[in-house]
Design a protein around this ligand. Structure first.
Ligand SMILES: C[S@@+](CC[C@H](N)C(=O)[O-])C[C@H]1O[C@@H](n2cnc3c(N)ncnc32)[C@H](O)[C@@H]1O
Length: 199
């Protein structure tokens, strides 16, 4: 299992949390979702939890998921999305924009916590609906097999498959001179860089 984030502090936090539930082993890798440092078809499954909304470039990120998944491999994306219907959108975003930050200010004087509470509804409001996200996933060449919306569209789960014919399962080759020469020529994207924990 491999966990990736471009922020070292978030990786540390993930490592700390995972240690609490005694899961593992996990290799923690610092890298960008838009250019993942893994070989093609190296993974059976890819999951992203509440991260798509933050990536700089959505389409390259989705294509990278397809590149990394073996043929028939699965992905699960979970994200806050913008409700399409006007009434739930006003209700939820209004609640998160005005009620939640006020409640947070009552229990915490920490400015960063307050800023975070204000950031969440802004980032959801400027993101897309679940349906639009599903279309982008499809356009990236991945097959959506199931979608679920919760809280009238505020939370969206998208499950799918990599059905592209070219994505064979990547298997590590026995080390010999030829494969070492090929490895040394491989670009940065083909090298996983564990920063903590280790497998
Ligand atoms: C809201 S947090 C979710 C973290 C975790 N998945 C969870 O559910 O607790 C979003 C994470 O995405 C990471 N992130 C944002 N853009 C990224 C990118 N382009 N590449 C890699 N990680 C990114 C951030 O550093 C942050 O840790």
């Amino acid at each position: 299992m491999v966990g990736l984030d471009f922020c070292g502090a978030m990786l540390e936090e993930a490592r700390r949390k995972l240690a609490l539930v005694n899961e593992g082993p996990v290799a923690w890798v610092q890298g960008r979702a838009e250019a993942l440092p893994f070989r093609r078809a190296a993974f059976d499954c890819v999951t992203l939890g509440f991260a798509l909304r933050h990536v700089e470039d959505l389409d390259p990120t989705l294509r990278e998921i397809g590149r990394m998944l073996r043929s028939g491999g699965r992905f699960v994306l979970v994200e806050w999305t913008r409700p399409r219907a006007a009434i739930p959108r006003w209700l939820f975003l209004g609640y998160m924009r005005w009620v939640v930050p006020s409640l947070v200010r009552l229990v915490s004087r920490n400015r960063r916590v307050g800023a975070l509470a204000a950031y969440l509804p802004r980032s959801i409001a400027s993101f897309m609906s679940g349906e639009a996200l599903s279309r982008r996933v499809d356009l990236a060449g991945l097959e959506v097999i199931d979608t679920r919306s919760y809280m009238l569209g505020l939370v969206f789960i998208c499950v799918g498959l990599n059905t592209s014919a070219g994505a064979e399962r990547w298997e590590p080759k026995p080390r010999n001179r030829e494969s070492e020469a090929a490895t040394s020529q491989a670009g940065e994207r083909d090298r996983a860089v564990p920063i903590a924990g280790g497998v």
